[in-house]
Write a protein that binds this ligand. Structure first.
Ligand code: C5P
Length: 232
């Protein structure tokens, strides 16, 4: 297991590279791992991700890829060349298979998103599925495991049952983390860092509780300290 500090991934959900650079500067060596998602990626954030990786930070590109196999494979090959560490794909078998094959030989780890946490059973039915969210999450997690995907993005509540289903050889990365007393924002179900670690999370993704704090560095240090205690 990596040291507590390396298990915190800060989501750089910020509008511009300039904002992201300022946040990384403020956080200094309190944070070693960053997540870049759509917002920053589509504002020159991909070259910023490359800069972060070259500066020795670890980088999670949250691109949730899904396309025909050749397109996924070609995309993943180029992401692997960026030298980033984690990349998300949607948990469709063809997509996962193509991503796993394309990253082979690189240090990139593929994480599968089973079912977006904003979806409930009604949303799935509307999308043409006749399965419940729980059943589809379990099925896709098993498929991801069997196809050699490195890890899953899951809510802390899903972590314990999924751990029983897929065992210890997959990484679990959990968003929806709120330290005690911090604002929930739009997250409906939230878990403290300690609860997420206890549920079996390997890495915690935390955005606004750090990036919107008056003292981002202090907020990051407090979470790292909480991870350290919970991981003992
Ligand atoms: O600011 P906050 O801590 O809520 O940020 C959480 C991050 O994790 C965001 O970048 C969000 O897109 C991502 N995420 C999430 N829930 C998921 C998957 C990803 O909040 N199910």
């Amino acid at each position: 297991m990596p040291p507590p500090r390396d298990r915190l991934i800060v989501a750089l959900d910020l509008p511009t590279v300039r904002d992201a650079e300022a946040m990384v500067e403020r956080l200094g060596d309190s944070v070693t791992f960053y997540k870049v998602g759509y917002q920053l990626a589509f504002a020159s954030g991909l070259s910023f991700a490359d800069t972060l990786a070259r500066a020795g930070k670890r980088v999670f590109l949250d691109m949730k890829l899904h396309d025909i196999e050749t397109s996924v494979a070609k995309g993943v090959e180029n992401v692997a060349r960026l030298g980033v560490n984690f990349l998300t794909v949607h948990a469709y078998p063809q997509t996962m298979k193509a991503a796993v094959a394309a990253k082979r030989g690189s240090g990139l780890k593929i994480l599968a998103v089973t079912v977006l946490t904003s979806y409930d059973d009604i949303d799935l039915a509307e999308s043409g599925y006749s399965m419940s969210v729980d059943a589809l999450v379990a099925r896709r997690a098993q498929q991801a495991h069997d196809l050699g995907v490195d890890g899953l993005v899951c809510s802390p509540e899903e972590a314990s049952p999924l751990r029983l289903a897929v065992g210890n050889d997959m990484l679990f990365v959990t968003p929806g983390i709120r330290p005690q007393g911090s604002a929930r924002g739009d997250q409906k179900r939230v878990t403290t860092p300690s609860q997420a670690i206890a549920a079996g999370a390997d890495y915690l993704v935390v955005g606004r509780p750090i990036t919107e704090a008056g003292d981002p560095r202090g907020a990051a240090e407090a979470i790292v300290a909480e991870i350290a205690v919970a991981a003992k």
